[in-house]
Design a protein around this ligand. Structure first.
Ligand SMILES: Nc1ncnc2c1ncn2[C@@H]1O[C@H](COP(=O)(O)OP(=O)(O)O)[C@@H](O)[C@H]1O
Ligand SMILES: [Mg+2]
Length: 307
């Protein structure tokens, strides 16, 4: 193992391995994941990053979906906005990892793992929180990201189509037939994580792009999600309504939490205020721990292991 505390191979992480920063603190890792694109992972990831920055934390952002590059473009838009308006906005320490170009799958996987570990070690040494955005597909990089999750956030669009991401349902009775491959993968990561450092993954499913139009559908999806949350072990959080503002802000690299900038631009509309409240409610529901909280927990775990 190198000095960072991150082993070179995430696939074979030994029991007791943890991420440690330069002060001996353990950063809290928030991963955004599911197996589908377009559900709001990158949008929500940026809002969580900016929320943590405004709270004064040192934040790392790791884009594992460099092909889509949403988080990367968000960061670039944010830099451009700051230059154009000659102002300072808080920004995270940012890294993106491209998919390997090596033809051989084993080589490609090793190459991605190495670059992932390097980036994670660097972010760990500088940050209290690391937010990882993953691709909407089962890839080596996506899996590596999940391996380190303390908090896992899965946004889903508010429809029965997206419930497929979590479980297969009987189309008539809406009974849960079996967990999806993604739910099974999260379960596997939870087991591994437990073995590795006795850690737990706090899994949160959030409903995104809630529409005001179909109240009945919304209620039925809500009921199935409640049942599922108990069956496969996640917490349920209300996400964001379907709002154009999320797309507009993306072009500027801003979030609803960059309040001063939005106000300077001509004030907040009612819709902006409502959207911002949704973001705050979500951040509260995620309920991230204070920075550095895990040092004490890890020390007592080590004592238990050695004692
Ligand atoms: N609540 C929302 N209302 C309106 N548009 C949204 C909302 N959440 C996400 N979007 C838009 O949907 C698209 C996909 O979102 P994104 O965050 O890139 O998803 P993912 O990372 O899961 O692929 C983007 O254009 C984004 O602006
Ligand atoms: Mg994305």
């Amino acid at each position: 193992m190198d000095g960072s505390g991150v082993r070179p191979s995430a696939a074979g992480i030994a029991p007791g391995t943890t991420l440690v920063d330069a002060r001996g603190q353990i950063p809290h890792v928030v991963v955004f994941g599911n197996e589908k694109g377009g559900t709001g992972k990158s949008t929500t990831a940026l809002h969580v990053v900016v929320s943590l920055l405004h709270q004064g934390h040192r934040v790392g952002a790791l884009d594992l979906d460099a092909r889509q590059g949403t988080l990367t473009r968000y960061m670039r838009n944010r830099q451009d906005y700051m230059q154009r308006h000659d102002l300072e906005l808080p920004v995270p320490v940012y890294r993106a990892i491209d998919r390997s170009t090596l033809a051989d799958q084993t080589d490609a996987s090793a190459d991605e793992t190495e670059r992932f570990n390097q980036a994670l070690a660097e972010l760990s040494s500088r940050c209290d929180f690391i937010v990882i955005d993953t691709p909407g597909a089962d890839t080596t990089l996506g899996r590596l990201g999940h391996t380190f999750a303390d908090t896992l956030i899965t946004p889903i669009n508010d429809s029965f189509v997206d419930l497929d991401l979590l479980a297969t349902l009987d189309p008539d009775s809406l009974k849960i037939l079996r967990p999806s491959t993604y739910a099974a993968m999260v379960w596997e990561h939870r087991m591994r994580r437990q073995q590795r450092d006795r850690g737990v993954i706090d899994w949160i499913v959030m409903r995104n792009r809630l529409s005001h139009l179909d109240a009945r559908n919304k209620r039925e999806v809500g009921q199935v999600l409640e049942t599922l949350s108990k069956r496969i072990g996640f917490r349920l959080a209300a996400g964001f309504g379907e709002r154009v503002i999320f797309r507009e802000l993306f072009l500027k690299g801003l979030t609803l939490l960059d309040l001063a900038q939005l106000e300077a631009q001509g004030g907040l509309t009612m819709s902006h205020v409502a959207a911002r409240q949704e973001v705050r409610t979500l951040i509260e529901a995620i309920n991230l721990p204070p920075a550095g909280y895990r040092r004490a927990a890890a020390q007592s775990a080590t004592l238990r292991q050695t004692g």
